[in-house]
Structure formats: structure tokens, C-alpha cells
Design a protein around this ligand. Structure first.
Ligand code: PGA
Length: 229
């Protein structure tokens, strides 16, 4: 059975106390629920809290992995404000690259993203590449997230047919995973996860509240328990 991935993208939300509270609460919620091996939960906090998150995951014995929300397109050196793939590689296994908010607000283009992917991979990070189009970079990423901009943070999640059409258009290989992102919540998540062509979801808003995120994990476990392929 293929694993289903649940990626929580916190974006520029949460301070130090809120990060600690989130992990304490989710650990409490998960006391009575076993996260099965066919599910992978990946949390993506802001850079300053990656270390703290790593410590809290270990303290609460949570089966969670960590991802950054971005990496620099530069390797190292005089690039004030940048955080390099090498610097974060001790904290995370994954890096989100190409999120539509990076493209829109920071004008990142395919060439920038190509450099980021290379540096992430050089530092043994697995890339979660967000895109709406069939870009060349898709070939280089382990995980592709289709996130239509109209669906991000709007409550207007994409129809399943559109998501499946995109997966076909992207022509992924067997080893690449395909995620959907955009207004995923506890009410609509199963629709995506039940589909064998969708390997998981990338969740923004609904990941911020630990009780809501717990509902998403529960739904993912349910879906896997009811599938036999
Ligand atoms: P949303 O964000 O779940 O709040 O729509 C998804 C994303 O931007 O990754």
C-alpha cells in the first residue's frame, strides 16, 4: 500500500509559545490514536522554530517529520537574511520549494526554483515542489504538490476531476508522489485521500489548530484502513 502524506504548512504563523502549545496539544490528542506506518505526517514551521520543533517531536515521541518552507537559492556566503539548504539540513528531511506565495510575493521564477531544488538535493533534502503547471523542475522533485491559487486559503477546494487531470498532465514516474493543496479541511480531506492517484495533501489554514489537524490525521488513518490496494 502506498503511503499517504499529510503536510502541514504553517507559513508565517505561530510564535515560540504557540509552537510549544501546538505540539503539547497534538501529543495529548494522539495518546489514544496510533499513527499507522502507511501515513507520513510532515510539519513545516518557520525557520526559527525548526530546532525547537525537532526537540518537541522527540520529547513527545511523535512520529512526525519536519520540512522547511523554502531554501535559499544561494549555497552560502554574503547573502544577508538568507537561510541555506545546508544550514537547515540538520533539522529537516524535506523542503517545500516553489510555493505560489513565494512565486507571487517574492517573484521566484523557474530558474530560481531550479537552483533551490539542486541545493536542497545536494544536501539530502527531499523536495516538495509546488506548482500549477507542467514545469521542467517537476522531473527533479520527489514530491509534487498541485496547488491551484484560487483554492489557497479561500475555502474553495478544487474538484477532484481537476486534480486528477493535473496528475495525468504532469506525467510523474512511479517513485514520485503527488499531493493536492488548497483549502483542505476535515470535511473534504477524505475525498482526496480516498483516491489512489493522490498520495496526500498539503494543508495550510487547517493545520494551525492542533485539534483540527488531529481530525485530519484521524481521517487519513480511516482512509488507509478502508483501502485494500
Ligand atoms: P490552505 O493553504 O490550506 O490554507 O488553502 C494551502 C497552502 O498554501 O499550502
Amino acid at each position: 500500500m502506498r503511503k499517504k502524506l499529510l503536510v502541514a504548512n504553517w507559513k508565517a504563523n505561530k510564535d515560540k509559545n504557540q509552537v510549544a502549545e501546538w505540539f503539547t496539544r497534538i501529543a495529548h490528542n494522539l495518546k489514544h490514536l496510533q499513527i499507522t506506518e502507511n501515513i507520513e505526517v510532515i510539519i513545516s514551521p518557520s525557520f526559527p522554530f525548526l530546532d525547537l520543533s525537532k526537540q518537541l517531536i522527540s520529547k513527545h515521541n511523535l512520529p512526525f517529520k519536519l520540512s522547511s518552507q523554502d531554501v535559499s537559492k544561494f549555497e552560502q556566503g554574503s547573502f544577508t537574511g538568507e537561510v541555506t539548504a545546508s544550514q537547515i539540513s540538520t533539522f529537516v528531511e524535506y523542503a517545500i520549494i516553489g510555493h505560489s506565495e513565494r512565486r507571487r510575493y517574492f517573484k521566484e521564477n523557474e530558474e530560481d526554483l531550479k537552483r533551490k531544488i539542486k541545493l536542497a538535493k545536494d544536501n539530502s533534502l527531499k523536495v516538495i515542489y509546488c506548482t500549477t503547471e507542467k514545469e521542467e523542475n517537476i522531473k527533479e522533485a520527489e514530491i509534487i504538490a498541485f496547488e491551484p491559487t484560487y483554492a489557497i486559503g479561500t475555502g474553495q477546494n478544487a474538484p477532484i476531476e481537476e486534480v486528477i487531470r493535473k496528475r495525468e498532465e504532469f506525467k510523474l514516474n512511479e517513485n514520485q508522489k503527488f499531493l493536492y493543496g488548497g483549502s483542505v479541511n476535515p470535511t473534504n480531506i477524505k475525498k482526496y485521500l480516498k483516491n489512489p492517484l493522490i498520495d496526500g495533501v498539503l494543508v495550510g489554514s487547517a493545520s494551525l489548530n492542533p485539534d483540527t489537524f488531529y481530525e485530519l490525521i484521524k481521517a487519513a488513518i480511516d482512509c488507509q484502513a478502508n483501502q485494500s490496494f
